[in-house]
Ligand binder design. Structure first.
Ligand code: NI
Length: 156
C-alpha cells in the first residue's frame, strides 16, 4: 500500500468525468487500498479516485462505521433533505453548507465484484453524495449555499 498525492482544486483532473470500471483487476484493488490509506492519513471521511488522479468510478468512505470500498457506485434512491457543513481534501481550508438528500440508497460493486447496496443517512448520505459527485467532476463548492469562515467554525 502507498499514500498517493491528493490533487487540489485547479487541477483539471478533478473536473473530468470518470469511467466505469469494467474489470476489477489487481490495479483496481491496489487503487482501493492506496485510496483508503491516503484518506486515513489525511483524516478524511471519503476519497474518490479522481482526487488521486485516476479517472475511474472508485470511492472509499469511512464515516466511523468502517471502511466502505465502492466501485461504480450509483444513487438509485434518495429522499428528504439535509443541510450540513462540508469540506474536501482537495480544497483545504474551505468549508460550506451544502443541501443534500437526507437518505440515499447506493448500488455498487465491492472489490470481489459482488453487487452491494449501501443505505446511508446523515453524514454517510452526505459522504456518498459528495464522493459520487467527484466521479462526475463536481466539487462541493459548486453546490455551497453559504461558505463558513474557518474562525466561525472553530468558535462553534
Ligand atoms: Ni471531496
Amino acid at each position: 500500500m502507498a499514500i498517493r498525492i491528493i490533487r487540489e482544486e485547479g487541477d483539471e483532473v478533478l473536473r473530468k468525468k470518470s469511467k466505469e470500471v469494467d474489470v476489477i483487476d489487481d490495479k483496481i484493488k491496489t487503487l482501493l487500498s492506496d485510496m483508503a490509506e491516503t484518506m486515513y492519513a489525511a483524516n478524511g471521511v471519503g476519497l474518490a479516485a479522481p482526487q488521486v488522479g485516476i479517472l475511474k468510478r472508485v470511492v472509499v468512505i469511512d464515516v466511523g462505521e468502517g471502511l466502505m470500498e465502492l466501485i461504480n457506485p450509483v444513487i438509485v434512491k434518495q429522499e428528504g433533505e439535509q443541510t450540513e457543513v462540508e469540506g474536501c481534501l482537495s480544497i483545504p481550508g474551505v468549508a460550506g453548507e451544502v443541501k443534500r438528500p437526507a437518505k440515499v440508497l447506493v448500488e455498487a460493486l465491492n472489490r470481489d465484484g459482488e453487487k452491494i447496496k449501501v443505505e446511508g443517512q446523515g453524514l454517510l448520505a452526505v459522504a456518498l453524495c459528495h464522493e459520487i459527485d467527484h466521479l462526475d467532476g463536481i466539487l462541493f463548492i459548486d453546490k455551497v449555499i453559504r461558505f463558513i469562515d474557518r474562525n466561525e467554525k472553530d468558535n462553534e
